[in-house]
Design a protein around this ligand. Structure first.
Ligand code: SF4
Length: 352
């Protein structure tokens, strides 16, 4: 089986088969076998009409089919640097579920990023290009192989690596379909989360799809002034407009939106900020996911952000919970391997 199959949707493969003179009915069987093998070059046993196997073997291989670099943290977090067909690189991360047999995967949607979030390593390298659905699917399959190699199962996937997914929304949605749908990767819709820094039209576009994946919105501040210093997009979309779009998504999809909030020492992590965040969310049935910051050196604006001490993060969580919100604090993953978005790629480029 040729790894190039990851580049085809079912319809595209049916069209290709027809153009090569084969029955289109082979398409779904080929894709099922391809995804069941996690995109590996296997399955010589699959019965195919004469000449089709040779035809498939002549196709150019899928991009990013094997990691250019792989780093494993002491806590099991594994970062993959995948080289694309044009020589550029993207990062994907596998995060183990402590004590369990499952892992979560983090997928990039762009090479670099144009959003310029001040605490983010990816922002420093600027934007290069959007990824194709096939390049995102290749990350998913690489993570699934990685999980299988350590005896675990890739349980969930979040589009929260390099890039802003909603600035590449069509390709991201096609990748979500191929990852979640039973005719392809079969991970399940509820196992996929698309994350955004708050692109309002993009959130509405996701809601309009009718697909049952999750949405995560990165807020990182309870007021527009603080947010605008951290996220340039905060100057384009006000928090109330972002939350209104999240409300519309939640109303249409019927599942809680996750609010991501990266705690930065002395910037957005006081109990006053927690009270302001609780007041902002009010009675909304949203989950708050507090993230620990992985230091990335001097920021674009010349700031050296620091992580919030654990006891202060726990005090922040307590304030939210006292006010009836569902809130969790996620400790930093893989700090010894630069697991924050964009760090490994940035270091690799600096050493080149
Ligand atoms: S945090 Fe996400 S959206 Fe912001 S610059 Fe980094 S990759 Fe882009």
């Amino acid at each position: 089986m040729n790894a190039a199959l990851g580049q085809y949707s079912l319809v595209e493969l049916e069209q290709a088969l027809a153009s090569w003179g084969f029955k289109t009915s082979h398409a779904s069987r080929l894709l099922r076998a391809y995804y069941a093998a996690d995109g590996a070059l296997v399955d010589d046993d699959l019965e195919l009409p004469h000449g089709l196997r040779e035809k498939l073997q002549q196709l150019p291989c899928s991009p990013a089919s094997s990691p250019a670099r792989r780093e494993v943290s002491a806590d099991g977090t594994t970062k993959l640097l995948l080289r694309l067909g044009d020589g550029r690189t993207v990062e994907s991360v596998m995060m183990p579920d402590y004590g369990g047999q499952r892992v979560a995967g983090c997928i990039s949607s762009q090479v670099g990023c144009a959003m310029g979030c001040d605490f983010c390593a990816t922002a420093k390298s600027g934007f290069e290009r959007n990824l194709t659905a096939a390049e995102m699917v290749a990350q998913f399959l690489a993570l699934r192989r990685e999980a299988r190699a350590v005896g675990r199962r890739l349980q969930t996937v979040v589009f929260m690596g390099m890039g802003e997914p909603l600035l590449n929304v069509e390709q991201v949605l096609e990748a979500v379909r191929r990852i979640a749908d039973n005719r392809y990767g079969g991970l399940g819709w509820r196992q996929v989360t698309v994350s955004t820094v708050g692109i309002v039209p993009g959130i509405d576009a996701l809601a309009a799809t009718g697909l049952a994946f999750h949405l995560a919105v990165s807020l990182h501040a309870p007021d527009d002034a603080t947010r605008a210093k951290l996220l340039p997009t905060g100057r384009r979309f006000a928090i109330q407009d972002i939350l209104a779009a999240a409300d519309r998504f939640q109303a249409r999809r019927g599942r809680p939106v996750t609010i991501q909030y990266c705690l930065l020492r002395g910037v957005n992590d006081s109990t006053g900020h927690a009270r302001a965040l609780a007041a902002l969310l009010g009675t909304r049935r949203m989950h708050v996911n507090l993230l620990s910051y992985n230091p990335t050196g001097t920021s674009l604006r010349g700031v050296e952000y620091q992580p919030t001490p654990v006891e202060d993060a726990e005090a922040f969580v307590a304030v939210l919970r006292e006010r009836g919100l569902v809130a969790h604090f996620r400790r930093s993953r893989g700090p010894d391997i630069d697991a924050a978005c964009g760090q490994l790629r940035h270091r690799e480029a600096a050493n080149a």
